[in-house]
Design a protein around this ligand. Structure first.
Ligand code: SF4
Length: 281
C-alpha cells in the first residue's frame, strides 16, 4: 500500500499548493479539534498505527525523483501523545533524512521540538498551527505551550505559523499571536464548516454557533462539501492578517480560499527548498 500520495485536499479547486506528496505516519488524530475537516474519515479520533509502514515508506521513497516536497501530515497530526513512546514519526524522519527529502511538518504539538536534532539537518520547515482557540482544541497542547515550542523551532530552522482557521467573533483579531511567534511565513484561512463540525462547535460554544449560523448558512456559500463565509467577509478577514504580516515584513498566504496572495507559496514550501540551519552546523 502506498504511504506517499499526491496531496489532494478534498479535490478542492481552491487549493493553491501545487504538487506535493502527503504522508500521515498515523491514521486518525487524538487532538479532536471541534472544527476538524477530516472527521468524515471513520473512527477519526482513534489514533492507529499502520501495518508495514516503514517497509512501504522506504519503497515509496526509492521511487522519488528527488525534487518532491512531502507534507506530514495533512489529515492527522504526526505528534499524537502516543508518539512520545512509539517514536514512529521520529523513525520516519530518520528515513526522510537518509533520502534527503524536502519536508513540511504540520503539527499542533510541542513534541516536535524533541526531533529538532534530525529536522535541523534536513531541508525541513515546521508549520505549527496556533489559533488561540483552546476552547475548540481541548485535547491539543495549549496555545502557550505551542508558542514556546514555535520559538524554540524558529531559533534553529524555518518556522511557519498556521493561523488557521480564522473564526469570526473568536480569533479573527488575535494578531498578537503573529507578533508573539515572529514566523518566517504565515498561512491563514477562514473556517469552513460541515454539519458535523458545526454540531461540535454548537456543543462547545453555543453563543458562537448561534452567530456563525447566520453568517455561514444564510449569508455564506457552499463550495464542494463545505460551507464558506461569503467572499467579501473572507476577503476582509484575510486582508487584515495579510496587511498586519506585511507591516512586520512577514510573508503571508491563504489556504483553500481561491483568493490571490503575494507570498511565494501558500504552504511555506518555498522555505523547504533551501536548507536553513540557524545554528550553523
Ligand atoms: S489537529 Fe488537525 S487533523 Fe487533528 S483533529 Fe485537529 S484539525 Fe483535525
Amino acid at each position: 500500500m502506498r504511504v506517499l500520495r499526491p496531496f489532494d485536499p478534498w479535490k478542492s479547486e481552491l487549493c493553491t499548493c501545487g504538487f506535493k506528496l502527503s504522508f500521515n505516519p498515523y491514521t486518525g488524530c487524538a487532538h479532536r479539534c471541534d472544527y476538524c475537516y477530516a472527521t468524515y474519515i471513520p473512527r477519526f479520533w482513534e489514533v492507529r498505527e499502520k501495518n508495514g509502514l516503514f517497509r512501504n515508506l522506504r519503497r515509496d521513497l526509492e521511487e522519488l525523483s528527488g525534487g518532491e516536497v512531502i507534507s506530514m501530515s495533512n489529515s492527522s497530526d504526526p505528534y499524537p501523545p502516543i508518539e512520545k513512546e512509539k517514536e514512529i514519526t521520529r523513525n520516519c524522519l530518520k528515513l526522510f533524512r537518509e533520502y534527503d527529502v524536502k519536508l513540511l511538518v504540520v503539527t499542533k504539538s510541542d513534541l516536535v521540538t524533541r526531533d529538532l536534532d534530525i529536522l535541523s539537518e534536513m531541508n525541513a520547515v515546521v508549520c505549527m498551527t496556533i489559533t488561540g482557540c483552546d476552547q475548540l482544541e481541548r485535547y491539543a497542547p495549549k496555545t502557550e505551550k505551542r508558542i514556546a515550542a514555535f520559538k524554540r523551532v524558529s531559533e534553529i530552522m524555518p518556522a511557519v505559523l498556521r493561523f488557521d482557521p480564522l473564526i469570526p467573533f473568536l480569533n479573527e483579531n488575535r494578531l498578537n499571536l503573529i507578533e508573539a511567534c515572529d514566523p518566517d511565513h504565515v498561512v491563514t484561512s477562514t473556517l469552513k464548516l460541515r454539519r458535523d463540525s458545526f454540531q461540535r462547535i454548537s456543543r462547545a460554544l453555543p453563543w458562537l454557533a448561534e452567530r456563525l449560523k447566520k453568517l455561514y448558512f444564510d449569508e455564506g456559500e457552499k463550495i464542494g462539501a463545505y460551507w464558506y463565509l461569503n467572499r467579501e467577509r473572507r476577503l476582509r478577514m484575510l486582508k487584515i492578517v495579510e496587511d498586519f504580516c506585511s507591516s512586520l515584513g512577514i510573508s503571508c498566504a491563504f489556504c483553500r480560499e481561491g483568493l490571490d496572495f503575494r507570498a511565494e507559496s501558500c504552504d511555506g514550501k518555498h522555505l523547504a527548498l533551501k536548507k536553513v540551519n540557524r545554528l550553523g552546523n
